[in-house]
Design a protein around this ligand. Structure first.
Ligand code: NAP
Length: 204
């Protein structure tokens, strides 16, 4: 599968390493255009390409990996969604990466807000509770699999992302819909940043 990323910073690059390792292809994009991504895609290796945002969004699955304050303008700048799966990886913090001033998102989960700003996309919250070092680390340690959480309102889209996570060797836990599941795993929720493993023999 070919997966696009909107944003090509620390989180998108860690995600790219993980899915490339599982045999997928990744089209990375940012605000400055493909020319600025040459070094990053060379470093990621075969399967990674630099793309425009439009090219990245044309993939059947797309990761949203931009700072929270940039989410509205970023989504507004994209072509209309035509049923692609949008994996919401954004955390509700003001400022740039590493700045942890929480943004007020009212009663909705952040993914519900993202879904409202991306009509036509099938939004799935996934990969997001993992900190970059945990996402970069091997998912299987001593035959225990790192746990990855997933939430969505669209069951078909959720199943597709679950399969992607399982391809990457995670043990997937379905937390339900975008609201309840989203609130549990997003920044500020009880599962955010936690690093769990499921014991038991695991042979790929
Ligand atoms: N770091 C973590 O542990 C972690 C884990 C999970 C989730 N997240 C979340 O993932 C998101 C990104 O975090 P990060 O650490 O990867 O940040 P980062 O390293 O600062 O990267 C941000 C990326 O967003 C791009 N961007 C900004 N505005 C854009 C726009 N309008 N259109 C397209 N691309 C745009 C930037 O591109 P330019 O440089 O070209 O502007 C850059 O590639 C945040 O919401 C963060 O909370 C982070």
């Amino acid at each position: 599968m070919e997966i696009g990323t909107i944003g090509a910073g620390a989180f998108a690059q860690a995600f790219a390493k993980r899915v490339l390792k599982a045999g997928h292809k990744v089209k990375l994009s940012n605000s400055r255009g493909p020319g600025s991504l040459r070094e990053i895609v060379n470093h990621l290796g075969p399967g990674a390409t630099a793309a425009t945002k439009e090219e990245a969004v044309a993939c059947e699955m797309v990761l949203l990996a931009v700072p929270w304050d940039n989410v509205p303008e970023t989504l507004a700048s994209l072509p209309k969604w035509k049923n692609q799966i949008l994996i919401d990886g954004a955390n509700p913090f003001h400022g740039q990466a590493g700045d942890f001033r929480p943004a007020d998102v009212g009663n909705l989960s952040t993914s519900q807000l993202v879904a409202a700003l991306a009509p036509g996309a099938r939004v799935v919250k996934a990969f997001n509770h993992l900190l970059v070092p945990n996402l970069e680390a091997e998912p299987v340690v001593n035959e225990a699999r790192r746990v990855a959480f997933i939430s969505a309102d669209d069951d078909g889209a959720k199943k597709r992302v679950q399969t992607l996570l399982e391809n990457c060797d995670y043990s997937v836990v379905d937390l339900g819909d975008l609201r309840d599941g989203g609130l549990i795993q997003q920044a500020g929720g009880p599962l955010a940043g936690r690093d769990f493993f499921e014991r038991g023999e695991y042979h790929k």
